[in-house]
Write a protein that binds this ligand. Structure first.
Ligand SMILES: NC(=O)c1ccc[n+]([C@@H]2O[C@H](COP(=O)([O-])OP(=O)(O)OC[C@H]3O[C@@H](n4cnc5c(N)ncnc54)[C@H](OP(=O)(O)O)[C@@H]3O)[C@@H](O)[C@H]2O)c1
Length: 280
């Protein structure tokens, strides 16, 4: 990639790792309420992804070769508009500028009832508001930028700072936190692996949907225990519960198979057990 890379959500967990790993390339990034922290040499713009004019002006100024859209909001004020309308705004701007677009999606677009890992041909079946928003964002992005690559991923962890998932697990191991579902299965991915895979994909011309998640299927409870043990904490304090007991409507087994990505990419997508547990 010779031209600039634009990362939306550069102040976020994945966005920050992308910027660290892409150092040396022409880089532009957006932030919103967070700090424009990160490596030097990044052209930062504070904007709201829902602001069509601001996004379009940025893209016209930077003329990115590739846009990686990570910005979103899971809950709180404006979450759906930021996640869905913001994704469509970025997709329209990227398409108008002839830029390649990689859009970040999620395993929670599924209801978790398949009983086997989801592959790229599985249609979204969301059961939560956030899952619905990410599914609608996929549709809006595909309509606005038919050549976009939609990357579906899972719980992100393992960066220089602990992710939210890691913080919750270590709090629980200290007896201060929540219980974790043992019937919600995901494929957590190391943020460095995910960022490296995305930067490889930025150089390629894949379009459509691609799963990029960790190699191991683990429950939220097992994942929390692995995080705690790897930090030298007593995982025995981590309480387990189940979606069934909670009465909540949540996806159960949202495991993704990343077999296709592993056939395409040099980057290995380490599993959570390999990274945090036996053999780590
Ligand atoms: N984290 C996970 O476990 C996980 C799992 C599956 C999929 N994903 C997907 O991966 C992507 C990245 O996740 P992440 O964990 O890196 O997210 P994150 O750390 O929460 O970062 C979110 C980013 O979005 C920006 N943002 C929020 N509202 C905005 C707005 N109105 N306008 C512009 N920017 C706004 C934030 O900017 P400020 O902080 O500056 O406000 C931040 O840079 C998301 O698309 C998410 O759906 C994440």
């Amino acid at each position: 990639m010779a031209g600039p890379l634009l990362v939306t959500g550069g102040s976020g967990y994945l966005g920050g790792e992308l910027l660290r790993r892409a150092r040396g390339r022409p880089l532009a990034a957006t932030h919103h309420s967070g700090a424009a922290a990160g490596p030097g040499g990044v052209d930062w713009t504070r904007l709201d992804v829902r602001d069509e004019q601001a996004v379009r002006s940025l893209v016209e100024r930077v003329r990115p070769e590739v846009v990686i859209h990570t910005a979103y909001r899971q809950d709180g004020d404006g979450a759906r508009e930021i996640t869905v309308d913001g994704a469509a705004v970025v997709a329209r701007a990227a398409a108008a500028a002839g830029a390649r677009l990689i859009h970040m999606s999620s395993d929670v677009i599924f209801d978790g009832a398949k009983g086997a890992p989801y592959d790229e041909s599985d249609p979204p079946t969301p059961v939560t508001g956030y899952g619905q928003a990410k599914a609608d964002a996929e549709e809006a992005v595909s309509a606005a930028h038919p050549d976009a690559l939609l990357v579906r991923t899972s719980l992100i962890y393992g960066g220089p700072e602990p992710s939210r998932h890691e913080r919750l697990a270590t709090e629980a191991a200290r007896g201060e936190g929540q219980a974790f579902f043992d019937d919600e299965v995901r494929c957590p991915v190391v943020v460095g692996d995910l960022a490296a895979a995305l930067l490889e994909l930025a150089e390629r011309d894949e379009t459509g949907i691609l799963n990029v998640a960790g190699a191991d299927e683990v429950s939220r409870w097992e994942f929390a225990c692995l995080i705690a043990s790897s930090a030298g904490l007593d995982a025995g304090h981590i309480r387990r519960t189940s979606i069934a007991e909670s009465g909540l409507s949540r996806p159960g087994n949202c495991a993704l198979t990343s077999r296709r990505a592993q056939g395409l990419l040099r980057t290995r997508l380490t599993g959570a057990r390999a990274r945090l547990g036996v053999g780590a």
